[in-house]
Design a binder for this molecule. Structure first.
Ligand code: ARG
Length: 471
């Protein structure tokens, strides 16, 4: 039975009928639809529309539907008659409890139902994603701890800049992850209002106590305006934009690993369990995992764009266009879940080639900044120090050697300030430790940073262990 056949005399065109349905994708909202329907039944009960026993019967039957179908979602998706998940649950309810089931739709509209279900879905996804971010962050942190005093060149313009601790580089990604987790949390807080009671557009036609469903579903408060509540998809766009930033971070990490795994860099040994071979070239071990991660941001950003354009210029309030925003949300969410999962396991399995990274730090004048800083400590203004070290670098370039290879006499041509302690000031360790500021790569600072990151990742892990009511 259709939900709205009363005023129609002609049947729907069969192809159009199939084409306009959302069940092929909104079956993913079964849990949410059941939760929201149960909450609505409670509100109807309080309003006296359902007796207590009717309310209980409906609520139990709804749970029964969830039990029966949560392991058979394929059957939900392929149901022959249902137009969408709301219709599906209504049909199944009537099958179970007859006409009593039809009472559930009193005082509500699918417009508020989908607004509610999608909020619940995004909220649960955010929870899951924050947990996965904690896992990936934890894997990076473990690598940072294991790296000890391993060093690597840092790059600006993809040219070697200064040596840094490998741990310092890894912790840069932990910072990005913590911001992503924060942005997701913000998004979750902003969406956490309950549309139930908004009706089709103008508010429920029953004096429902909206706080009942709000509380039952773990929302903070009822939404304040029924026209906004039934047409708002800001939370979907915000979610997708946050995922875009997250995917950008993953993409940058993936690109660095891809580069570092080349023979030219040789900093990283790709784990065999996460690499693939070439059908043509027997010697190859390819970084397919990081290449795919590098690319995923394309479709995730695509989803954000799609949802944004779907909403452009939409008049208030509900329009069927809104149905189109669901798939980008489902797809980008699921894609990000899978990507984070593979990234966490992959990150834990990476092996760094400390010898190669250290060797890369020992040539190419990565200690030039430290050398200039040495002169600054001798009272030379930085601009002058920069020039003197620049000339010394040029001198070495012509001799194919490094700053540490020339004698004090040779150095003195560039400035009388050079003394024997110069050589101790430009060792690899000194080059690291001269960055002795909060957030810098000095060894002691990185130890502090590891402790701080451990605390933050620990907090994040803890925050996702508390499960939302109704999520
Ligand atoms: N399947 C619909 C959607 O996802 C549910 C709301 C339908 N409302 C309506 N007035 N046709 O948007």
């Amino acid at each position: 039975m259709k939900m709205w056949s009363g005023r129609f005399r002609e049947p729907l065109d069969p192809f159009f009928d199939q084409w306009q349905r959302s069940l092929p994708f909104d079956w993913q909202l079964l849990t949410e639809e059941v939760a929201a329907s149960r909450a609505h039944a409670l509100a109807l009960q309080a309003a006296g529309v359902l007796t207590d026993s009717e309310g209980s019967e409906i609520r139990a039957a709804l749970l029964g539907i969830l039990d029966e179908y949560s392991g058979k979602l394929h059957d939900v998706a392929s149901h022959a008659d249902a137009e969408d998940i709301h219709h599906f649950v209504e049909l199944k309810l009537a099958e179970r409890i007859g006409d009593l089931g039809l009472k559930l739709h009193t005082g509500r509209s699918r417009n508020e139902q989908i607004a509610t279900d999608l909020r619940l879905h995004v909220r649960a996804r955010i929870h899951e994603l924050r947990r996965l971010l904690a896992d990936w962050g934890g894997a990076l942190l473990k690598q940072a701890k294991d790296a000890g005093e391993a060093v690597m060149p840092s790059y600006t313009h993809l040219q070697r800049a200064e040596p840094v601790l490998v741990a310092h580089w890894l912790l840069a990604y932990v910072q990005m992850i913590l911001r992503d987790a924060n942005r997701l949390e913000d998004c979750s807080k902003r969406l956490n209002f309950c549309p139930l009671g908004s009706g089709a557009i103008a508010g429920a036609t029953l004096a429902l106590d909206r706080n009942i469903a709000t509380k039952e579903l773990g929302f903070i408060a009822p939404t304040a305006n029924s026209m906004d509540a039934t047409s708002d998809r800001d939370f979907a766009i915000e979610f997708l934009q946050v995922l875009t930033i997250l995917a950008l971070h993953a993409s940058r990490f993936a690109e660095e690993i891809t580069l570092f795994a080349t023979a030219e860099f040789g900093f990283v040994d790709l784990p065999e369990a996460f690499s693939t071979g070439s059908s043509a070239m027997p010697q190859k071990k390819n970084p397919d995992l990081t290449e795919l991660v590098r690319a995923k941001v394309g479709r995730i950003h695509g989803a954000a764009e799609a949802a944004t354009l779907q909403l452009k210029g939409l008049p208030l309030a509900y329009n069927k266009d809104l149905q189109e925003t669901q798939e980008p949300v489902f797809q980008a969410g699921a894609e990000t879940v899978r990507m984070l999962r593979v990234l966490a396991d992959f990150t834990a399995a990476i092996r760094f080639r400390d010898d190669r990274m250290r060797a890369a730090c020992s040539e190419g004048f990565l200690n030039a900044m430290a050398a200039a800083t040495y002169l600054v400590h001798k009272g030379v203004p930085f601009r002058k120090a920069h020039e003197k070290i620049g000339s010394a670098v040029r001198y070495c370039l012509e001799r194919n050697c490094e700053l540490g290879d020339i004698t004090l006499e040779e150095l003195k041509q560039f400035g009388p300030e050079f003394e024997t302690d110069f050589f101790a000031a430009i060792t690899l360790e000194a080059t690291l430790d001269c960055h002795d500021v909060y957030g810098g790569t000095a060894r002691a600072r990185v130890q502090d940073a590891i402790a701080a990151a451990e605390q933050s990742i620990g907090n994040l892990t803890q925050s996702v262990e508390v499960v939302h009511a109704g999520a």
